[in-house]
Design a protein around this ligand. Sequence first.
Ligand code: SF4
Length: 358
Amino acid sequence: MELSTTGDKKRYKVGIPRALHYYRYYPFWKKLLEELDVEIVLSPPTNKKIVEEGVTHGFGELCIPVKIYYGQVLKLVENNPDLDFLFVPRYVSEVPESYFCPKFLSLPDVIKILPEVPKILNFEVNVKEFPISTSAIELGKQLGKGQTASVDAYKKAQKYFDEYHNFLRDGGSVNHALRLVHRNLPFKLPKKQTKGDLRFLLLGHAYNIFDSFINLDFIKKLHEQGVEVLTIENLPEYLFKKPVIVNPRGGILRNYWRHEEEIMQAIRFFLTKGKNEIDGVIFLISFACGPDSLISELIMRDMKVVGLPFLEITMDEHSGEAGMMTRIESFVEMVRRKRKKLGLEPRWKSKIKFYEGT
Ligand code: SF4
């Protein structure tokens, strides 16, 4: 295989689609691939053309994030015909207790049937069966690297990923942090932090919340309405240590899906000790997402019990700006009136408090 050249160094050129895994794991894989001496090419932010391409290649009842993934892959390939590999990991599990959605499991198989795709760096992340360092060794092998180099790269990537998470827990936003990662800049909070008289918890998969094209710049719209936004990534690690037990009429159920488990773990805190720390919850879900539709019903019932305002917004490729704006404005107005009636101080006057041991 012909390798790309930078200076007098020959390096593989690997394309990463800016979709799905990107919004959650990009800092880890970027660092690991760079340590393995790879040149990374990232696809552009989602736009109308990318969505249209993805929709054309995805079958009808597929959720929008996967259609976007198709569109991002096609764009990457169109813009970079000289790619040596496409980076499409098979995510099965990242903790021993639960799985990724089946769409993640089958991703490398469906991507390879798209037109003109180069060879896929296909490796598995399956913590139920083996540690992530084993996935890194398998990835390194496909890039011609030995075990020692891959394990070293893995350790550096893990350290960097921990720093990234600490930055988010200190209040950094994911989109800001990803920009810093992309530009190889140190993690530093912006001088001007967004403050609001209201504080909402925004729930959903990272690819729904942080792809500002498909969600019509949802976070910016909330900021413009005077709302401070909290996402799962900003919450302390200990909230995610204990499993959520759902108890329908005496039977005991645990979440089967990893991301849904995290959403419910976050909610557990705000249903109990943290219920006075936020003014409302918004859940952004994708049309045709089975796992999300199941838990949103459970969350809605719990919100009613504690009296926390809850709004669910379903997105697809046809979502319209005007309709979304009306829903946001009326929700914000309703919550603001409620807070005013209770004579409460604006949120920006106090910082959120987390209590250990929930
Ligand atoms: S969890 Fe839902 S939105 Fe995410 S890939 Fe699966 S079906 Fe699509």
